[in-house]
Design a binder for this molecule. Structure first.
Ligand SMILES: CCCCCCCC/C=C\CCCCCCCC(=O)N[C@@H](COP(=O)(O)O)[C@H](O)/C=C/CCCCCCCCCCCCC
Length: 173
């Protein structure tokens, strides 16, 4: 994202901020319980760390809630990379990114965040520059890299989605 330009800095910061929350839990006194998604869910449910009613002010959000935000973004990434990999150059990056966002993450964001995201998409580089980000020369090479990535993302997403569904945690505030 940083290679996309300063417009995406706020998205990078948001992503890093949530990853840091999870990393701090992993490095904390109960780090062993954060080794896997399953063990994190069990520990946080058993110890009342997860709040199903509200986001407690002045407290570090739970690992479960934090991962859910990143998990939702992973679905956006899956759709965006799929769009990029299956479009041999006609569509604009911004249109593909926006379409993926409207189909996924937009449902979970406030009106203001959606407006900011829409502006950011307009600053996205053209497809050829996106290919440089993933170190490929043309669409044929990009398709292999992107679709392989999408396949992996789908596997990861589905595992997390199943765990959150089983534990009724898909709408954590
Ligand atoms: C071939 C090109 C490859 C590009 C690869 C890009 C990799 C980018 C990976 C992830 C990007 C998305 C990560 C966004 C995390 C958003 C988490 C979130 O939804 N946060 C909101 C909710 O959290 P709480 O407030 O409930 O704690 C939060 O409100 C903040 C939102 C601000 C950022 C949201 C904008 C998301 C736009 C998604 C499109 C990203 C465009 C990246 C362009 C490559």
């Amino acid at each position: 994202m940083d290679s996309m330009g300063t417009v995406f800095t706020f998205i990078s910061h948001e992503t890093i901020s949530k990853i840091n929350i999870l990393q701090n839990y992993l490095n904390g006194e109960n780090g062993r319980s954060y080794q896997t998604v399953r063990s994190m869910i069990k520990y946080e449910l058993d110890n009342g760390v997860v709040n199903f009613k509200e986001l407690p002010p002045n407290r570090v959000p739970s690992g479960c809630r934090t991962l859910l935000r990143i998990h939702r973004a992973l679905k956006w990434l899956e759709v965006f990379l799929y769009n990029l990999g299956t479009n041999p150059g006609q569509a604009k990056t911004s249109d593909m990114c926006a379409a993926a966002y409207h189909e996924t993450l937009a449902h979970h964001h406030s009106w203001f965040i959606r407006q900011v995201a829409e502006v950011a998409f307009l600053a996205l580089p053209p497809v050829e520059d996106m290919y440089k980000v993933i170190c490929v020369r043309d669409h044929a090479e990009a398709k292999v890299v992107l679709m392989t990535t999408v396949d992996t993302i789908v596997k990861v997403y589905n595992l997390t989605q199943e765990l959150y569904t089983t534990n009724h945690m898909l709408d954590l505030p």
